[in-house]
Write a protein that binds this ligand. Structure first.
Ligand SMILES: NC(=O)c1ccc[n+]([C@@H]2O[C@H](COP(=O)([O-])OP(=O)(O)OC[C@H]3O[C@@H](n4cnc5c(N)ncnc54)[C@H](OP(=O)(O)O)[C@@H]3O)[C@@H](O)[C@H]2O)c1
Length: 334
């Protein structure tokens, strides 16, 4: 690589963001990690200790709730990876702080895109969306979920299914972002991971770690969460982050890309983890849940068609959870 390539990652202290920073540094990028509190040692220590960080990583203070907050971090960047989202929404059944959905998620992404417009240096804007913006359908497809689908927000508002406020926020934000991109000539590509599993860099717990470690810790609230995720889809964090970089670098990347490889089957996870941790009495039966009902997968064909290869697709979903558990154990997060 001859040219100095500078990119900004929002949500860099989070579960996905921190692993993305690690992979970008390994590829020789100069990374501007945008975090809310660069002085919070617990949130940034592991980023600063990454290989190549001393010469290629800088921390920038920015917040989605403040207009123009990302201007400085984005100025001079060739790429922006917008990963940050308030994930608390996933734990709410009711939108107690409904105004946050609009102000933080929607205005947040538009504010960062305005920073890109002002900078005039950004060649591509990669947004970490979610399969949540695709799969909430009144009439699900027969065979698979694809990028042409948008979650039905009327259906979400009527049924108030699990994580519906998060789905509404992410879908509304993504639609607003596509409109802004079209009107202002921003080269945007969106990536749609399903539930992300595996080890990371951050020293914070997250939605992913709560889900992946639930059967191991047997935390009641997290098992309840896990049961709601039964038969959804999942993917390894390393595949997700490599796909972000692939979509940033590929000249023909365009539009939305689902990134998903596994079925998140709680029975399979229970059996796999009970073999790995025989002394832990991991549950393998789950009242009220059906084993092997009809599953509609999220299709990553578009991403694979662009040439991306999933390195972790052949692991079983229990292995993905076990990787998260081992990392959490080593880092003292359990
Ligand atoms: N994890 C999954 O299974 C999954 C699946 C599909 C899509 N996604 C998407 O992936 C992205 C990252 O998720 P994650 O699992 O890595 O979550 P995470 O670990 O909770 O990280 C979220 C990040 O967002 C930042 N953030 C929250 N509110 C902010 C604000 N007001 N201003 C600036 N930053 C703010 C947090 O910063 P602080 O460190 O300062 O708190 C944190 O770094 C999200 O956009 C999510 O929708 C995640």
């Amino acid at each position: 690589m001859t040219e100095k390539r500078i990119v900004c990652v929002t949500g860099a202290s989070g579960y996905i963001g921190s692993w993305l920073v690690k992979r970008l540094l390994e590829r020789g990028y100069h990374v501007r990690a945008a975090v809310r509190d660069p002085g919070n040692e617990r949130k940034v220590k592991n980023l600063l200790e990454l290989p190549n960080a001393s010469a290629h990583l800088s921390l920038w203070k920015a917040d989605l709730t403040e207009e123009s907050s990302y201007d400085d971090a984005v100025q001079g960047c060739h790429g922006v990876f917008h990963v940050a989202t308030p994930m608390e929404l996933l734990y709410h059944d009711e939108p107690a702080e409904n105004e946050d959905i609009e102000s933080t998620t929607v205005n947040g992404i538009l504010s960062i895109m305005r920073s890109c417009t002002k900078a005039k240096t950004v060649k591509r804007f990669i947004y970490t969306s979610s399969t949540g913006t695709v799969i909430m359908q009144r009439q699900p497809p027969l065979h698979e979920y694809t990028e042409e689908l948008w979650s039905d927000l009327d259906f979400c508002n009527e049924t108030k299914m699990f994580a519906w406020t998060y789905v509404v926020a992410k879908t509304t934000a993504e639609k607003a972002a596509w409109k802004y991109a079209e009107e202002n000539g921003i080269n945007m590509v969106t990536i749609h991971p399903s539930l992300v599993l595996g080890q990371s860099v951050t020293l914070q717990r997250s939605f992913s770690t709560d889900a992946a470690t639930a059967l191991y810790t047997q935390d009641e609230a997290n098992i309840a969460l896990l049961k709601k995720l039964h038969n959804s889809s999942a993917v390894h964090v390393d595949d997700v982050c490599n796909a972000h970089i692939y979509l940033f670098e590929h000249p023909l990347a365009k539009g939305r890309y689902i990134c998903s490889t596994h079925i998140f089957d709680i029975f399979e996870i229970g059996r796999s983890l009970s073999h790995k941790y025989p002394d832990k009495n991991i549950p393998t039966e789950f009242e009220g849940l059906e084993e092997s009902p009809k599953i509609i997968p999220c299709s990553s064909k578009k991403l694979i068609g662009l040439g991306f290869e999933f390195a972790h697709k052949n692991k079983d979903v229990g292995d993905l959870c076990a990787e998260t558990i081992e990392w959490c154990r080593v880092k003292g997060l359990l």
